[in-house]
Structure formats: structure tokens, C-alpha cells
Design a protein around this ligand. Sequence first.
Ligand code: AMP
Length: 207
Amino acid sequence: MKIIIYGPPGSGKGTQANLISNYFNLKNLSSGNLLRNEITKRSEIGIKIKNLQKNGLLIPNIIIYTLIKYYIKNNKNIILDGFPRTLKQAIFLSSLDINIDYIINLKIKNSTILKRIKYRLIHPTSHKTYNIIYNPAMIKDKDDNTGDKLNNRDDDNLIAIKIRLNEYYKNNINILNWYKKYKNTVININSENKIKNIFKKIKKTLI
Ligand code: AMP
């Protein structure tokens, strides 16, 4: 099974991708997390992209393709989170000759996104995300599994989020139309709900 989880920043893609990948045993491939790993490692790529990501700007395709191609080609069962983000990337994905079974399209209001992002925390090593209000850690500011300190994401600030939202709205119609044109199954999910209710709905459509 190959799935794309799609939606604006803060719509819960990462959280749902995690739940889906555990339940259906899929490789969870988040382009944003791959990039954050490079930044943490201070690799050549990481140094190049740090400021772009921090400012909410898209990373050049050549870097993204290099990072994700291997995983896409070598995993039969995969959920893609954060890729494709543009029509060009969707066309590139199709050129790899793999069949996408479902596009899960998360729908959410901008006002909810802003609330979620304001209170979002992330565990830098595992990339597990929390929300101080909607999905708090068991111990305040500490990762449930390791007890490590949780951080804010560098790009979860008002200026970067506006740029990320613009980027999303500039591309979303083209991407969804691309998949509809090729008769891929697009599943629309209302992402205003609670995490477990959203997951229940997704699960029901995928089983
Ligand atoms: P995400 O974790 O999906 O919210 O992505 C965080 C940031 O990583 C984005 O704002 C971009 O700077 C970068 N990024 C992630 N995925 C892509 C992609 N497919 N193409 C370009 N940039 C990306």
C-alpha cells in the first residue's frame, strides 16, 4: 500500500502518518523530518537548507529528490508526509513508476492551524509531536518515551507559517487535480476533530 498524506502545515499530517504507519505497518517517510535530520547532523545539505526551512521556504527539488528517492523505490508499503508539495514533485513521483493507492487530504481552517502551531512541541530525535493543549506530554515539556526536553520547531513562528500556508494554497489545487485526473483515490478528511477520531475515520476508509 502506498499513501500520500496531504494537507496544510499544522493539519496533523505527521501525527496521523505516525498512527497510520504503525497500524498498517507502512514505512513513514516525512520529507520535513529527513531535512530536520540533516540540519541536526550539520551535514553539507543541512547547512545549505537550515535558513530556508527556518523561514518556511521550499527546499530545492534536487535536494528533496536525492533524499527521498531511495526510500520510495525500496519500500513497497509507504506513507509519504510532506511530499509531493508541488505539481512538479507530483510529476517526479509519477516518473518513478509507482502506484499511489490513496491520497488522504486533510481539511482544516486557518484559525485552527494557527492555534495548533502556536502550542506545538517536537522531540528533536524521534520527531514525535505534541501539543501543549490538544495532545500534551505526560510530563510537561518532556518526551513520553525518553524524557528528553521538547522544543518548538524553528519554523513554527507567525512569519514562517504565513509563507508555508501561501506555499500550500498556491499548490494544493494543482496537486489534487493531478491525482484526480489519473483516477487516484482522494479521501477528504475533516481534520478539525480530535486526533483519535480523525484516525478512526481514516482507518475505516483504508480497511
Ligand atoms: P514539514 O515538516 O512537512 O512541515 O516541512 C517543513 C519544511 O521542510 C517546509 O516548510 C520546507 O521548508 C521543507 N520541506 C519539507 N518537505 C518539502 C518538499 N517536499 N519540498 C520542499 N521543501 C520541503
